[in-house]
Design a binder for this molecule. Structure first.
Ligand code: MG
Length: 163
C-alpha cells in the first residue's frame, strides 16, 4: 500500500489586531487570531492532514496547547517537525490542496507567496501546493469576520527506498 490520504480542518476566532498569519505569511489586517500559538489555521490544518494520513493522531496530541513551549509558537516550526515525523515513517507528500475560508482581508494578492512559503517549508515543488481562498458570502461566524478557517486534503506516497 503506497498511498495514504489525509484530511485536516482548523478554525480560529478573530479579535482586534494588526495582522494574521496564514501559511507562515504575515498579512496586514485589522484583526488577529485569538490562539495559544500564532493561530495559523492553514498550517494547523496541514499538520492535521499529515498526521491523519498516517493515523498518528492530531495536532493537539503532538503539540498540546497547555504546554508552555508552544505558547505563541511559530506554526512553521510545528510543520517542519511534523514533516520530519512523516519522513521518518518513510513517506513524502504527493500533493496537497487547501481552501481558506475568510470574509476579509482579500487573500488573492497573497496566495502565490503562501504557496511558495509552504513549498519551501515542506520541501516540495510549488506545483504540488494548491491554496484557494473563499469568502462565506457574509454568512455565519466567518462571514461576520469573527473567524477564519481552512480545509486541507493531501496525499502521502511511500518512498521506494523505505519499505
Ligand atoms: Mg489551530
Amino acid at each position: 500500500m503506497g498511498y495514504r490520504i489525509g484530511q485536516g480542518f482548523d478554525i480560529h476566532r478573530l479579535v482586534d489586531g494588526e495582522e494574521i498569519v496564514l501559511g507562515g505569511v504575515h498579512i496586514p489586517h485589522n484583526k488577529t487570531f485569538l490562539a495559544h500559538s500564532d493561530g495559523d489555521v492553514l498550517i494547523h490544518a496541514i499538520i492535521d492532514a499529515l498526521l491523519g494520513a498516517l493515523a498518528l493522531g492530531d495536532i493537539g496530541m503532538h503539540y498540546p496547547d497547555f504546554d508552555a513551549q508552544y505558547k505563541n509558537v511559530d506554526s512553521s516550526i510545528l510543520l517542519k517537525k511534523t514533516m520530519e515525523l512523516i519522513e521518518e515513517k518513510g513517506y513524502k507528500i504527493g500533493n496537497f490542496d487547501s481552501t481558506i475560508k475568510a470574509q476579509s482581508p482579500k487573500l488573492e494578492p497573497h496566495i502565490s507567496k503562501i504557496r511558495k512559503n509552504l513549498a519551501d517549508l515542506m520541501g516540495i515543488a510549488i506545483d504540488k501546493v494548491s491554496v484557494k481562498a473563499k469568502t462565506m458570502e457574509g454568512l455565519g461566524v466567518i462571514g461576520q469576520n469573527d473567524a477564519i478557517a481552512a480545509d486541507v486534503v493531501l496525499l502521502l506516497i511511500k518512498c521506494e527506498d523505505k519499505k
